[in-house]
Write a protein that binds this ligand. Structure first.
Ligand SMILES: NC(=O)C1=CN([C@@H]2O[C@H](COP(=O)(O)OP(=O)(O)OC[C@H]3O[C@@H](n4cnc5c(N)ncnc54)[C@H](O)[C@@H]3O)[C@@H](O)[C@H]2O)C=CC1
Ligand SMILES: O=C(O)CCC(=O)C(=O)O
Length: 524
């Protein structure tokens, strides 16, 4: 049973996949209310209120996945999550429309002084001449950050007869063409826009992107909107430019500190505010909750995630194609780690055949993770496998090569240790499963599963019989047995698989047999 903590208010209707799953026990409480149980949770679901810090991640010793029911992940320490092998996911498009509509509502309200006028009427006043506004029609809207929300805003702005100019350093120019907007540099956008709205994440580059220098490039009477993240516009400088009339008005849904502490700014008559409501609609909350609930459940069932922040994102089609190799890589990583009973320095993986067309770095990370998991007492997965390997002085590499082995697909893994090399070749056969087809130059063919005894011996008459006799004497049933040799009378290997673990006493007796060189017990 997996324990899942829902630490912020998240639509219960959207959480149904988790509430209905027999695999999951759901707790809906703030972090402070479950301080004593934090180490028991496998997953945490948050919105923007809970700060998922390194300290919290460290306390949540079983934590495997952090899910943000929304877009912005600036309340989550992604580096710490990555370091501790915790997957971070979000719901990238569930609240796009709501936030775009909210931004548009803020823009219209700002230009027509709707909140101020409403407040004035409530106070018994009727001051029509104090609230003369301006049309949106034919105004130039500058959108900084032309992603999902920026794109939706541009469509609405064009329907209102506005001209749209956008800046986004990562913008694919064809997207600007498709949306019929003008692409500009930040400098040009600042100089030419009547209204500027920001829709970037909060990053080192976007923090205080609008500051007391950049604001001086803008038109006299410019309007600003921030429905993205507090801090993209420097709140500290706004009052000066509002008071001297350079800025005509500001609409803020988000603040550097929430709830906001800059009371002078929020009380200003040219400033309108909402308490971080961009995504606060029934539709958006249902969308983001069900997206993350389904994703967390799939992850806990052992499937790779499709919308991760700290892992390559896999579409459903890519996931389906990659799944057999993902499982194969996990088995080989674990198998080699147990066979190679010494510190290792280098792991090289080469891919042949149809697998080369897939997301092989993900498969490499899966292999590395299962290799390291056999040797390390904390969770290693695709998220932190590379970091952990590097920290332990293990270099890893992958290459793709033309098909030399004759298999439709093939992975060859070479591990260099302090004393020895170890190599394994494996393939995945559709509707048949994973096969290891070569171990250290010995051709063999077996399904790596369950308890295995890897026996190195001399190729002499009677050896196999003696092994079978001892196992029979102890009533140990052999599930499968495969042998491989390079030349008659030379060294050979035997791979025996069992339904249950073989007793140490039995293994010790097998080791005493003449012509047995070594026996390693493996579990995959
Ligand atoms: N107020 C609210 O309730 C909500 C706020 N948000 C915020 O809105 C932001 C944008 O959301 P989406 O459009 O869904 O994200 P997105 O990832 O689709 O778009 C962000 C865009 O910003 C661009 N960008 C990144 N760095 C930039 C820079 N230095 N200068 C200019 N552009 C830059 C990216 O290339 C990307 O196209 C989120 O990061 C989140 O913080 C999102 C949803 C609700
Ligand atoms: O959870 C919320 O309402 C905030 C949404 C938000 O800011 C985001 O998705 O980035």
């Amino acid at each position: 049973m997996f324990r899942v903590l829902v630490a912020d208010p998240i639509s219960e209707e959207g959480l149904q996949p988790l509430l209905e799953s027999p695999l999951v026990s759901l707790t809906i409480k703030k972090v402070d209310e479950v301080k004593q149980e934090l180490h028991e949770f496998d997953a945490i679901l948050v919105r923007s209120a809970t700060h998922v810090s390194e300290l919290l991640i460290k306390k949540m010793k079983k934590l495997k996945i952090i899910a943000r029911a929304g877009v912005g992940v600036d309340n989550i320490d992604i580096d710490a999550a990555t370091k501790y092998g915790v997957v971070v996911i979000n719901a990238p498009n569930g609240n796009t429309i709501s936030t775009a509509e909210h931004t548009f509502a803020m823009m219209a309200s700002l230009m027509r002084h709707i909140p101020q006028a409403s407040q004035s009427v409530k106070q018994g006043e009727w001051k029509r001449s104090s609230f003369v506004g301006a049309e949106l029609y034919q105004k130039r809207l500058g959108i900084i950050g032309f992603g999902r929300i920026g794109g939706e805003i541009s469509k609405r702005a064009k329907a209102f007869g506005m001209e749209v100019i956008v800046f986004d350093p990562f913008l694919n120019k064809s997207k600007a063409e498709k949306f019929g907007v003008q692409y500009a540099s930040l400098h040009e956008l600042l100089e030419q826009s009547d209204i500027i709205t920001v829709h970037t994440p909060l990053t080192k580059e976007t923090k205080h992107l609008i500051n007391n220098k950049t604001v001086q490039l803008t038109k006299q009477g410019v309007y600003f909107i921030n429905c993205a993240r507090g801090g993209i516009i420097d709140e500290g400088m706004l009052i000066e430019f509002l008071e001297n009339g350079h800025i005509g008005g500001v609409a803020l849904d988000v603040f550097e500190v929430e709830p906001p502490v800059n009371h002078k700014l929020i009380a200003h008559n040219k400033v309108i505010t909402t308490p971080h409501l961009g995504a606060s609609t029934k539709e958006a909350q249902l969308n983001v909750a069900s997206q993350v609930a389904e994703e967390v459940l799939a992850f806990l069932k052992g499937h790779p995630v499709t919308s991760s922040i700290n892992l390559p994102t896999l579409s459903k089609e890519v996931y389906r194609a990659i799944k057999p190799y993902y499982h194969l890589a996990k088995k080989i990583g674990s198998f080699i780690s147990q066979c190679m009973q010494e510190p290792v320095q280098e792991i090289s993986i080469s891919y042949e055949g149809s697998v080369t067309e897939l997301e092989t770095p993900f498969i490499t990370k899966s292999l590395l993770a299962s290799f390291l998991n056999e040797r390390i007492d904390f969770t290693v997965n695709e998220v932190n496998a590379g970091i952990v390997a590097t920290e332990r002085g293990i270099s890893y590499s992958e290459k793709k090569q033309s098909n030399l082995s004759g298999y439709e697909n093939c992975l060859t893994v070479e591990v260099k240790g302090e004393q020895h090399y170890f190599t394994v070749k494996a393939t995945s056969i559709p509707n048949f499963g994973e096969r290891i087809v070569k171990v250290n130059d010995f051709n063999i063919d077996f399904y790596p599963n369950g308890p295995i005894l890897y026996v190195q011996h001399l190729d002499k008459p009677g050896v196999i019989g003696h092994v079978g006799n001892i196992l029979g004497n102890y009533d140990v049933n052999i599930a499968t047995m495969q042998v491989g040799r390079k030349k008659a009378g030379g060294e050979a290997i035997m791979m025996l698989t069992f339904d249950k673990q073989v007793d140490v006493a039995v293994i010790n007796e097998l080791k005493e047999l003449q012509d047995i060189l070594s026996i390693i017990e493996i579990f995959v």
